[in-house]
Design a protein around this ligand. Structure first.
Ligand code: PEP
Length: 257
């Protein structure tokens, strides 16, 4: 079953709304109809830039999707400083990152919180990008599969078969994020295949074959083609290299590298 590759640029806490407009304009300058047809391309700016980029996408009829980096799981309420799923849906946000390792490790999000977010995102018609991944110590201790398997199953608790194909999983080994260290294509693919096996156990083989599993962790123009050549890697969640239009465009055009 052919899965459309998904290249998503997670800008983290970078770019104000004016810089964000400039980056998207530079990015689309490098892309053409063939790229959009082969690959789904998504930018994930900070909340403050969502409205400006939505307006740019609408006004110029750009063929790129919009994502958010996080959200609260409640639809509204006394949660000072939080952003709700319906607020994001109203901005035509298509994807919401749930459980990024920086949310888990810096902000203390546990599997239960991540799962509430995944379900809230689905309930409001958007697609979660559920991030899973082991730390260096966990890998060294031989615990990588157990940790990733637990994060996957807990993150998808209560998600039904019909919703499952809307979900994207991003396998992001924590030791490879923002460090310049990339998992070897074989290691990355093995873990993405392990994730797909977990999805098959949960939802059955047919559904698992439709779910996209991304790799994330120091993806750049120099390593993307080899990663994308593997059977179970369906795209990349890209941090640092998505902040430069040339680099992210090259990643989106990996088939030409
Ligand atoms: C990320 O933020 O999800 C990520 C993978 O970052 P980087 O590409 O910079 O390692």
């Amino acid at each position: 079953m052919a899965r459309t590759p998904l290249m998503a640029g997670n800008w983290k806490m970078h770019k104000d709304h004016l810089e964000a407009i400039q980056l998207v304009q530079q990015l689309v300058y490098h892309l053409d109809a063939d790229d959009y047809q082969r690959t789904e391309i998504v930018v994930i700016p900070p909340f403050t830039a969502l409205r400006s980029i939505q307006t740019l996408i609408d006004g110029d009829r750009l063929d790129i999707g919009l994502g958010a980096q996080n959200c609260h799981y409640e639809a509204a309420g006394a949660y000072t400083g939080e952003i709700s799923p319906p607020m994001l849906a109203k901005l035509a946000v298509r994807y919401v990152v749930c459980g990024h390792s920086e949310r888990r490790h810096v902000f203390g999000e546990d599997n239960e919180t991540v799962n509430r977010k995944v379900r809230a995102v689905l309930a409001h018609g958007m697609r979660p990008i559920l991030c899973v991944g082991e730390t260096d110590e966990q890998r060294e201790a031989g615990d990588a599969e157990r940790i990733v398997g637990d994060q996957l199953q807990a993150g998808l608790e209560g998600v039904d078969d019909a919703q499952a194909t809307e979900v994207v999983i991003a396998y992001e080994p924590v030791w490879a994020i923002g460090t310049g260290k990339t998992a070897t294509p074989t290691d990355a693919n093995d873990m993405c295949a392990f994730v797909r096996g977990g999805l098959a156990e949960r939802f059955g083989e047919d559904v698992a074959q439709q779910i996209r599993v991304q790799y994330g962790g120091s993806v750049k123009p120099g390593n993307v083609a080899e990663l994308m050549g593997r059977s179970d890697i369906d795209g990349a969640l890209v941090g640092g290299a998505s902040l430069t239009a040339d680099d992210f465009a090259a990643i989106c055009r990996y088939h030409r590298l």
